[in-house]
Design a protein around this ligand. Structure first.
Ligand code: CP
Ligand code: NVA
Length: 316
């Protein structure tokens, strides 16, 4: 019988780089158990008495709700901290904020602009730090997305994922996730919007171990050939609203996921989007509301995957 890890090696979860394949699979296994227990009305108080601090520099619907609901379901408590309400807003350093929060709470989750902020938080905190999205990574999203793919396809073996659009924070962790798990990934993006170079370097090394491939093209039709999974995200990430017009001129209409593009993938291809979506821009309503779409499963799986993650981080 396969032995699964019950505790993760690293203290922090800042990107998929912090997990190996076995750890990712263990989180997915526990996610499925927790999901089943919840559906059966079985209470699992694995984090009874524990407190999670959640710092938000940016808005959020799913991340905030799934973390807050998740820890409550596990017997713990969450504290929502808008960065505007903390002394951070008046210039207290991230380092001192990390030291202070560590005195009171068992876990910290933060959504930040600069990835270096979450790295500092992790370096100066004595409790585990989870990245709830930075400009560079969104690892919790990809845990939920891997769970969704596994549920829908029953396997990762031999699958091809196509990512259409911006090589952004979600895409960076998808690159790491696919390469570690062993799925082929084809990315179609405009030149200059490729995923992070360091991420690609690490991921290509990982992919070679599982004989899978990560390819990049500027042609969406080429990327979706034979795809089992078609994924996209907004062209305009949080913090880029002022550049919306210029960005959309680059991406539209070529990189929109519509029925025509979806019909070039495999017949049973699923459509994924982390949400929030801009219908009529990166995806048409026909696709996101259509039968291939699994976006609500993804959103729900944020809850189950993050509950598993919190249970497996090495708490004090
Ligand atoms: N997908 C995601 O992270 O959603 P929120 O921005 O609403 O948290
Ligand atoms: N790439 C998007 C993801 C939102 C969940 C952003 O950073 O705004």
């Amino acid at each position: 019988m396969k032995t699964l890890k019950t505790s993760l090696n690293k203290k922090n979860f800042l990107s998929l780089n912090d997990l190996d394949r076995e750890e990712i699979l263990s989180i997915l296994e526990l996610s499925k158990d927790l999901k089943r227990d919840l559906k059966n009305g079985k209470s699992t108080q694995l984090l009874k008495g524990r407190t999670l601090a959640m710092i938000f520099q940016k808005p959020s619907t799913r991340t905030r709700l799934s973390f807050e609901t998740g820890i409550v379901q596990l017997g713990g408590t969450a504290i929502y901290l808008s960065s505007n309400d903390l002394q951070l807003a008046r210039g207290e350093s991230v380092e001192d904020t990390a030291r202070t929060l560590s005195l009171y709470v068992d876990l910290i989750m933060a959504r930040v602009y600069s990835h270096s902020d979450i790295e500092k938080l992790a370096a100066y905190s004595s409790v585990p730090v989870i990245n709830g999205l930075s400009d560079t990574f969104h690892p919790c999203q990809i845990l939920a997305d891997l769970l969704t793919i596994q549920e829908k396809k029953n396997t990762f073996n031999g699958l091809k994922v196509a990512w259409i659009g911006d090589g952004n924070n979600v895409c960076n962790d998808l690159v790491l996730g696919c390469s570690k798990i062993g799925m082929n990934l084809s990315i179609a993006c405009p030149p200059g919007f490729e995923p992070n170079e360091d991420v690609l370097y690490v991921a290509r090394q990982e992919a070679s171990k599982s004989s899978t491939e990560i390819s990049i093209t500027d042609d969406p039709l080429k990327a979706v050939q034979n795809a089992d999974v078609l994924a996209t995200d907004t062209f305009v990430s949080i913090g880029k609203d002022e550049e919306r017009q210029q960005i959309e001129e680059i991406f539209l209409p070529k990189y929109q996921v519509n029925s025509n593009l979806l019909s070039s993938a495999k017949q049973d291809c699923i459509f994924m989007h982390c949400l929030p979506a801009s219908r009529g821009r990166e995806v048409t309503s026909e696709v996101i509301d259509g039968k291939a779409s699994v976006v609500w499963d993804q959103a729900e799986n944020r809850l189950h995957a993050q509950k598993a993650l919190m249970c497996m981080l090495p708490l004090r």
